[in-house]
Design a protein around this ligand. Structure first.
Ligand SMILES: Cc1cc2nc3c(=O)[nH]c(=O)nc-3n(C[C@H](O)[C@H](O)[C@H](O)COP(=O)(O)OP(=O)(O)OC[C@H]3O[C@@H](n4cnc5c(N)ncnc54)[C@H](O)[C@@H]3O)c2cc1C
Length: 197
């Protein structure tokens, strides 16, 4: 069973970059996934690196791969999370997994070797018992908080801001742009620039 409190397609704050490190993971899962990203140009655009820009105007380009001639598909991609996450959710094999959207984990407790999950769906709360649970509910994970005491550490906390701009005309091609600020880091997703490139 897979639970997600959201109903897909849903957006999520992110820089929208599938960097060069993501492609080997896809290749391991199923190389056909990368072919799909390369073909679906409406939702995925090829990305070739990251441009880190400092407040003083200086920047450095970090390419995902220097040997582009050897690649059949781009070394990275940019995709809005509303599209990318929906694509990944679409890969779930319903004959293997019972995927429940709009079902929120509100509490978890142990009873012997069993985990008892309290799941909220609409106004109803029901329980699910399982010997194995895998937590993947993001940085506010109920399971991590309950079982590991995981919490926000103010001394080591780093926040990010995501913003889309339109009408930007920059000389460089499809690089994710990261603007570093004093104690801050801003992601500038290039999807919004696409119209103006
Ligand atoms: C501004 C910003 C820019 C970023 N840019 C990039 C980038 O360009 N590239 C990159 O690779 N990473 C980027 N990241 C990091 C990336 O967003 C995270 O690392 C990634 O989303 C973590 O994935 P996850 O599956 O652990 O959690 P999430 O993506 O947060 O997914 C958690 C899922 O669990 C569900 N959920 C949460 N709580 C519950 C609950 N109680 N019950 C049921 N379901 C629940 C949510 O609905 C969600 O679908 C960025 C992050 C920020 C903040």
């Amino acid at each position: 069973m897979i639970f997600d409190k959201a109903v897909f397609p849903r957006d999520k704050i992110c820089g929208d970059a599938l960097s060069g490190k993501v492609m080997p993971v896809f290749r391991k899962l199923d190389p056909a996934l990368i072919d799909h990203l390369a073909i679906d140009k409406e939702h995925f655009i090829g990305s070739y690196g990251i441009k880190f820009a400092a407040p003083n105007g200086k920047s450095i380009d970090i390419p995902f791969n220097k040997d582009l001639g050897s690649l059949k598909t781009p070394p990275g991609f940019i995709s809005k999370r509303i599209d990318f996450d929906n694509f990944m959710v679409g890969q779930i094999d319903k004959s293997v997994a019972d995927f429940r959207q709009g079902h929120e984990l509100v509490a978890i407790r142990k009873q012997g070797e069993t985990n008892i999950l309290s799941i909220k769906y609409g106004e109803e709360i029901y329980e699910v018992e399982t010997p194995l649970v895998i937590a993947s509910e993001g940085d506010r994970s109920v399971i991590s908080k309950t079982y590991s005491g995981f919490g926000m550490e103010p001394d080591h906390y780093c926040g990010g801001i995501r913003a889309y701009y339109s009408g930007v005309t920059l000389g460089f091609s499809l690089y994710l742009m990261v603007v570093l600020m004093l104690e801050r880091e801003c992601f500038h997703p290039p999807l919004a620039r696409r119209k103006s490139i």
